[in-house]
Design a protein around this ligand. Structure first.
Ligand code: HEC
Length: 90
């Protein structure tokens, strides 16, 4: 799915609805482990895989919930497309 302006805007709105209370509004979060603008910096080409695994399995020991089954794959994909537009590192 391409990141058209509409999809990105939807992704941002979904992110703000479901993720922002831990990961910050518009993904702006000063606590580095929670800062999803650093996914590419942190994981490089593995960032999409880490995203999928983390939203699928959660990190329950750290307080990250499981989202698979709660949100549709389509919603999660839109959120990821939005996050790609706010990475600190291309
Ligand atoms: C209740 C708080 C909470 C909510 C809500 C939440 N997360 Fe998380 N998330 C966390 C915590 C805590 C971590 C673990 C950080 C760590 O590993 O130290 C995390 C980690 C992640 C990571 C891995 C980050 C990394 O750099 O390794 C991703 C990706 C992620 N969350 C995506 C999401 C998405 C997408 C949503 C919304 C659908 C979401 N989270 C909602 C708390 C939350």
């Amino acid at each position: 799915m391409e990141g058209s302006a509409d999809v990105i805007a939807e992704g941002r709105s979904l992110f703000n609805q479901y993720c922002a209370h831990c990961h910050g509004p518009n993904a702006i979060q000063g606590e580095r482990p929670l800062d999803l603008r650093r996914l590419t910096l942190r994981y490089g080409q593995e960032a999409p895989t880490v995203f999928d695994e983390t939203v699928s399995k959660g990190r329950l020991d750290k307080g990250m919930p499981v989202w698979k089954g709660v949100l549709s794959d389509d919603v999660l994909r839109r959120i990821f497309i939005y996050l790609q537009t706010v990475q600190t590192h291309p």
